[in-house]
Design a binder for this molecule. Structure first.
Ligand SMILES: [Zn+2]
Length: 233
């Protein structure tokens, strides 16, 4: 038996996990693992997740054979996880073209609100909200198109997340791509795990922020940014 046949029966998730462990890479819910997935493996992962999801439905004692509404649910949920809501774990970062700051812009720029969709790592319940990004460029800052901030946010939020960690991940990414003097992010989101279950509080929202560079040092800049956010309350 050649080595290819030998690992034929190994679930693809195990193979990916072994590569991660060998490389000593973290694979928490909110980590991207795209570089450890080989071409064609995402399709196999989809089959594997479908199979396991069918097991969950079976254990929930749902008759997926006779209930036409749930007949294809395992496949749909697997697709939803891998190709949509948790896609940010399995695909590479969106390619962003950076331009030099030819106009030497150095005024506060605010992008938002950007709608963000994520899920909490604790219950895999939706987390839906908005973010605002404040950037204070300098002459060395790379300029990226406005829509690119939304693409980067979508990639980071498309993983099971904890809101506090999500904004930090996004800030690190934007910092690394554009090198501004200051960066501020505010996120306001509804956590469905609080409305659908638990305390069943549908109205409550969580707001948090990260401030970097000049936003940390300069309270006037921070105030200016916060005062420009269109807030309902
Ligand atoms: Zn939760």
């Amino acid at each position: 038996m050649n080595p290819i046949d030998a690992d034929e029966g190994t679930p693809v998730s195990i193979k990916i996990r072994e590569r991660l462990l060998a490389a000593r890479k973290r694979f928490n819910a909110n980590d991207n693992i795209a570089e450890f997935i080989q071409p064609g493996e995402l399709e196999k992962l989809l089959d594997e997740v479908e199979d396991k999801m069918q097991g969950v439905l079976n254990s929930l004692v749902i008759d997926t054979e006779r209930d036409h509404n749930t007949g294809n649910t395992a496949r749909r949920v697997a697709k939803m996880y891998l190709n949509e809501v948790f896609r940010g774990r399995y695909v590479n970062a969106p390619t962003i073209t950076e331009f030099p700051n030819a106009e030497h812009l150095n005024e506060l720029m605010i992008v938002g609100p950007i709608t963000v969709r994520s899920a909490c790592s604790h219950h895999l319940c939706p987390v839906i909200g908005q973010i605002w990004i404040g950037v204070l460029p300098n002459e060395h800052t790379n300029v990226i198109g406005l829509s690119k901030y939304a693409r980067l946010a979508e990639w980071v939020m498309g993983r099971p997340q904890i809101q506090e960690e999500a904004v930090v991940q996004l800030a690190d990414l934007i910092q690394q791509k554009t090198q501004p003097d200051g960066l501020a992010i505010v996120m306001e989101a509804t956590h469905f795990c609080m409305g659908w279950r638990g305390v069943k509080d549908v109205e409550s929202k969580m707001i948090n922020s990260v401030m970097r560079g000049s936003f940390l040092k300069d309270s006037n800049l921070r105030r200016e940014f916060l005062s420009l956010l269109p807030r309902k309350s």
